[in-house]
Design a protein around this ligand. Structure first.
Ligand code: GAR
Length: 212
């Protein structure tokens, strides 16, 4: 059984999608062992508690800088024998060293079709604001491995979502979550736990057939 840590900062609807998938038996060979929040006020912590999942708060402001914060985070996850780190609405950019400590073992969900609307500054509602401003007719979500480039790691799964007349960033965010994020993230996590994901020398992810 692979031990999964879910890192959150806010509402935690993606965490909820993972918890629900786990309850339905859809996370094969994995269990959510820890929820780690960058904020003590995150509603995601209530979701963890309601579901009997251990949680921890680690705030960046309690550390001298991003390096120290990322190093402490990596240490905590290593101490707890975490196999897979899932960034589910985790709003802090971690250091290169953090990514290197868990090579192809960190998964992020991003609310756009990477390489569009991604990188530093593109998070949460800002992503949907940018998509609406650009007038794209299709957006979506991407689940990818995290490497040292912000939102630049190998892509695991993507799902397209239509932009509709009259969309606000909030309406679009909700549609992208419902139609893409909440489905793709649990699926990618299960693939990882089943050892079905591999990354080739060009940084392309391959998904192996389900084992009998
Ligand atoms: C989600 O839309 C997630 O894709 C996004 O923040 C939201 C968190 O919602 N993440 C990023 O923008 C990271 N770059 P949640 O807390 O309800 O899961």
């Amino acid at each position: 059984m692979k031990r999964i840590a879910v890192l959150v900062s806010g509402g935690g609807t993606n965490l909820q999608a993972l918890i629900d998938a786990q309850k339905r038996g859809e996370i094969h060979n994995g269990e959510i062992a820890l929820v780690l929040s960058s904020s003590s006020k995150a509603y995601a912590l209530t979701r963890a508690e309601e579901n009997g999942i251990s949680s921890l708060v680690m705030r960046k402001r309690d550390f001298p800088d991003r390096d120290a914060y990322s190093a402490a985070l990596a240490e905590t996850l290593t101490e707890r024998n975490i196999d897979l780190v899932v960034l589910a609405g985790f709003m802090l950019i971690l250091t290169e060293n953090f990514a290197k400590a868990f090579p192809n073992r960190i998964i992020n969900v991003h609310p756009a079709l990477i390489p569009s609307f991604c990188g530093e500054g593109f998070y949460g509602l800002h992503v949907h604001e940018a998509a609406l401003k650009a007038g794209v007719k299709l957006t979506g979500a991407t689940v990818h491995f995290v490497n040292e480039v912000c939102d630049g790691g190998p892509i695991i799964l993507q799902g397209a979502v239509a932009v509709k007349e009259g969309d606000t960033p909030e309406i679009l965010q909700k549609r992208v979550m419902e139609e893409a994020e909440w489905k793709l993230l649990p699926k990618a996590v299960s693939y990882f736990c089943e050892d079905r994901l591999s990354v080739d020398e060009n940084g392309i992810v391959h998904i192996a057939e389900e084992k009998e």
